[in-house]
Design a binder for this molecule. Structure first.
Ligand code: NDP
Ligand code: HSE
Length: 437
């Protein structure tokens, strides 16, 4: 083994710059931990003239990623470009060239992880993707190793910093969704397309990765139910407070028999629950194992240095494997390829939950009993009702919380109720977790 591990970095943007800064600033401690230095051999980016505050040796920067793939002195290729086609080609070419790969690209892994993991296994190279979920939080390591003794019963994650930042500010300041979105973008947390953050797609990408690792199953991304936060209003947040709850965008996975629920949606959580305390760009993931019980991991879910920290932790793990001849010790998707089994993803219609329903109705006699009647006809039991104010003939909110009900039944009831003349706008549905049935 050579006296150093050589790395090639492709993409010197927010995360790439963080990675380079950490490798340069912490070179001594990293070298002591690994036993040899981890050296940046080449960095490829479209713009090599921009000042990124890095003191790099001359000749490191290039605009041509192929120079990294073709360089025999590079052991590990780090893909930090983002997107689909180009990074997929880079990663598969790197694997084919016998290089180990580190990526933060959750979108790519959620859609093409199977192909990439299979290629890495076939070729006998390591692939690290700690930064793909939860930024600086070591949740991939926890699932692949720390909790490997357990059957993972459930996962609850605040895994999008942008959405959590928006909901936190809506909660603390009573602001509208649109008023705080721009601030989150300016802070550099949002994806290139912020729709991914606010429509739940980024959380769904991350949840798909966690599910694949936790349950050893391939995940068809289209089967992850995905709902965002754009319809959440200050009114819902105020009602949540009245119920002693907080609204969070959660990624939820549950093992139910031989099936898996995987869903992303705004969720009302009891204000005293650990995830309800997580504010701003912070992420947290609560993993429930049959042996260990609850484990909660908390930290910065985005940003240059926290995400860079996760990328560098992968570089250190792979370097150690290289030095000790332990490459492939931990399979990419946590289970050896031949041990993976396809589990059925339970469609959202088949889940059971508690529900918060906000009806906007014309304030006139009999409306509440008609709503309650329809819910009853669909087998849904009510646990509490809130109707405040009296504005005869005008629109008022009627808020109902249900006992445990099946999603299919709730949707059927809402279809019928939403057609009624007294309904002024489509009903808001928010699923509730962690409260008594
Ligand atoms: P950025 O857009 O900041 O950085 C991407 C960089 O790659 C840019 O400098 C871009 O140049 C460069 N690039 C684009 N095409 C090429 C190419 N063909 N060859 C070489 N370089 C190229 O993205 P981020 O750093 O924010 O994200 C990188 C990855 O990390 C993404 O997959 C993202 O989802 C993931 N991630 C990001 C987090 C964050 O907090 N930002 C957190 C966790 C994961 P140019 O700007 O000129 O196009
Ligand atoms: N856009 C993502 C977020 C970046 O806001 O969490 C981290 O994956």
């Amino acid at each position: 083994m050579s006296a150093r591990v050589g790395i090639g970095l492709i993409g010197l943007g927010t995360v790439g710059t963080g990675v380079a800064k950490i490798l340069l600033a912490n070179a001594a401690v990293i070298s002591r931990r690994v036993g040899v230095p981890i050296e940046i051999v080449r960095i490829a980016d479209l713009d090599v003239t921009k000042d990124r505050g890095l003191a790099l040796p001359p000749g490191v920067l290039t605009t041509d990623a192929k120079q990294i793939l073709n360089d025999p002195s590079i052991d590990i290729v780090v893909e930090l470009v983002g997107g689909y086609d180009f990074p997929k080609r880079i990663i598969l070419d790197a694997i084919a060239a016998g290089k180990h790969v580190v990526t933060a690209n959750k979108a790519l892994l959620a859609l093409h992880g199977e192909e990439i993991f299979a290629a890495a296994s076939r070729q006998g190279v390591d692939i690290g993707f700690e930064a793909s979920v939860g930024g600086g939080i070591p949740v991939i390591q926890a699932l692949r190793e720390g909790l490997a003794a357990n059957t993972i019963q459930s996962i609850y994650g605040i895994i999008n910093g942008t959405a959590n930042y928006i909901l936190s500010r809506m909660t603390s300041e009573g602001q509208s969704f649109n008023a705080v979105l721009g601030d989150a973008q300016q802070a550099g947390y949002a994806e290139a397309d912020p729709t991914f953050d606010v429509a739940g797609i980024d959380s769904a990408h991350k949840l798909a990765i966690l599910v694949a690792l936790a349950y050893g199953t391939p995940v068809n991304f289209k089967e992850v139910y995905t709902e965002g936060i754009t319809h959440i209003t200050p009114l819902d947040i105020a009602y949540a407070k009245e119920f002693g709850c907080t609204i969070k965008l959660l990624g939820i996975a549950k093992l139910v028999g031989n099936e898996v629920e995987a869903r992303v949606h705004p969720t009302m959580l009891s204000a005293s629950s650990p995830l309800a305390q997580v504010d701003g760009v912070y992420n947290a993931i609560q993993l429930v194992g049959d042996a260990v019980g609850d484990v909660v991991l908390y930290g910065r879910g985005a940003g240059s240095m926290p995400t860079g920290s996760a990328v560098v932790s992968d570089l250190i793990a792979i370097s150690r494997n290289l030095l000790t001849g332990a490459v492939g010790r931990v399979p990419p998707a946590s289970f050896p390829q031949e041990q993976r089994r396809s589990l059925r993803m339970r469609p959202i219609e088949e889940i059971s939950s508690l529900y918060y329903l906000r009806f906007m109705v014309l304030d006139r006699p009999g409306v509440l009993s008609q709503i309650a009647g329809e819910l009853g006809r669909c087998g849904i039991s009510i646990s509490s009702v809130l109707q405040q104010g009296r504005r005869d003939g005008q629109t008022v909110p009627v808020v109902i919380k249900t006992h445990m009900a099946m999603e299919r039944d709730v949707q059927a009831a809402l279809r019928a109720i939403n057609q009624q003349a007294f309904i002024a706008e489509p009903t808001t549905l928010i699923r509730v977790e962690g409260q008594d049935e």
